[in-house]
Ligand binder design. Structure first.
Ligand code: GDD
Ligand code: MN
Length: 398
């Protein structure tokens, strides 16, 4: 299907009072059916951000009269208020898509993203923006999980558990990027417009901050704690289908990152040389592992009389242990990531996934009349480069 560019429509200006000086901050509020909240939101938000040099940009995907209520209450504001209403057929990306669409039209150098239901206290959001403007950072996250932060307003044990679980899951999939981020799922954050490449973003649902972090590994991140409040009116749009969208979003992000990581090339001559050196060392270890593997397979197949596929599976566990000890201690000692069990797990996972590829080939070669030991050796050599690249660029990536 044809993808519409998010800036097909421009926001409508609801109110444009003269502001002294330039607009430094765009407060971007995604809304979906928040008619009961936007008046109170403006009441509290406008005074909180008026001194920063801010504008408010609401990106609305509502079917209720949120736009009308907003227009009515924007009239008295002391800061500019704009509205980008996306008609039903153009609501791509949900909440995340709305944030991206709004970011295209932001006039401020900084963009503050916050919910429209007053769960993010406007005063706390303004304080967060003030921190961003004062420091040399690219992203400032409002966190519920550190310092004095609290998620008391999340509502319900189930939501609490889902939130904690989702945060854990994301952190385990992106351990390096999220190492210093306590609340990657936060809906309250500020980013420097020039530090974010909007064309890299392909949001899907609620977790737009997570995508921003993952797709901008160089962005400098800080966190400020805040206390999440209860929703003012109406109800949350989080749902089971949002949960499913989150999992799809995660796997898409992780998949693209993995492929990107494997394809990454060394840049300088020096890096190339070092890579070549590691490849040779890895090859030598692999060669010794092949001796272990072949000897073990011979043992399982000949004296022990096991089926050759069973023998190959067992032999792989032995040679993988051997290879892991050497690779982990000799080649990548200085580049270890995570605990010993975690590294061993990744290493064994890779070799066993590759085993699933090797076994059918081994069987085909045996059927074609090649001897079991020779056929096994061929499958091992054939996957050498794959094994090296994944080890070097993913498992032990610097
Ligand atoms: N434009 C637009 N389009 N806005 C949306 C959409 C959408 O499809 N879905 C939700 N919103 C708006 C809501 O109107 C509200 O202003 C804000 O996004 C947050 O939505 P809620 O429905 O109130 O979500 P929540 O309170 O359950 O989730 C909040 O906390 C999560 C972490 O626990 C949000 O801040 C999430 O982003 C955050 O991940
Ligand atoms: Mn909410």
């Amino acid at each position: 299907p044809a993808v519409r560019r998010p800036d097909d429509d421009a926001p409508r200006t609801l109110h444009e009072p003269p502001v002294g000086g330039r607009i430094r901050l765009t407060v971007l509020v995604p809304t979906r059916n928040e008619a009961g909240n936007v008046a109170e939101l403006l009441n509290r938000l406008v005074p909180a951000v008026a001194t920063i040099g801010a504008e408010i940009l609401v990106v609305d995907d509502s079917d209720d009269d949120t736009p009308a209520v907003l227009a009515r209450h924007a009239a008295g504001a002391t800061v500019p208020v704009r509205l980008l209403h996306r008609p039903a057929q153009r609501r791509s990306g949900g909440l995340g898509g709305a944030v991206l669409a709004g970011a295209h039209h932001a006039r401020g150098e900084w963009v503050l993203v916050m919910d429209g239901d007053l769960q993010h206290p406007p005063e706390a959001a303004a304080a967060l923006a003030a921190v961003a403007l004062r420091h040399d950072v690219d992203v400032v996250i409002g966190t519920r999980y550190a310092g004095h932060g609290s998620r008391g307003g999340l509502g319900g044990l189930l939501r609490e558990l889902t939130s904690v679980g989702a945060t854990r899951l994301a952190k385990s999939l992106f351990p390096l990027r999220l190492a210093t981020v306590s609340d990657p799922m936060s809906g309250l954050f500020v980013f420097r417009r020039s530090a974010v490449r909007l064309d890299r973003m392909h949001p899907l649902g609620f977790k737009v901050l997570l995508e921003l972090l993952v797709r901008h590994p160089g962005a400098r991140v800080a966190e400020v704690s805040y206390e999440m409040e209860k929703r003012h009116a109406g109800h949350s749009k989080a749902s089971l289908s949002e949960g499913v969208a989150f999992l799809r979003h995660l796997s898409r992000l992780r998949g693209q990152r993995l492929v990107g990581q494997i394809r990454q090339r060394p840049r300088t001559i020096r890096e190339r040389f070092h890579e070549l050196f590691r490849m040779v060392a890895f090859g030598l270890v692999g060669l010794s592992g092949m001796v272990v593997n072949t000897a073990a397979l011979w043992f399982f197949y000949e004296p022990a009389q096991l089926h050759h596929l069973v023998g190959a599976t067992l032999a792989t566990q032995l040679s993988t242990s051997w290879n892991f000890l050497l690779v982990d201690n000799l080649i990548y000692r200085g580049q270890r990531r995570g605990s010993l069990p975690a590294r061993a797990f990744r290493f064994f996972l890779l070799n066993n996934v590759l085993l699933l590829v090797r076994l059918p080939v081994l069987q085909a070669l045996v059927w074609a009349g090649v001897g079991v030991l020779a056929a096994n050796a061929v499958t091992l050599v054939a996957l050498f480069l794959v094994r090296f690249l994944i080890n070097d660029r993913v498992i032990y990536s610097a």
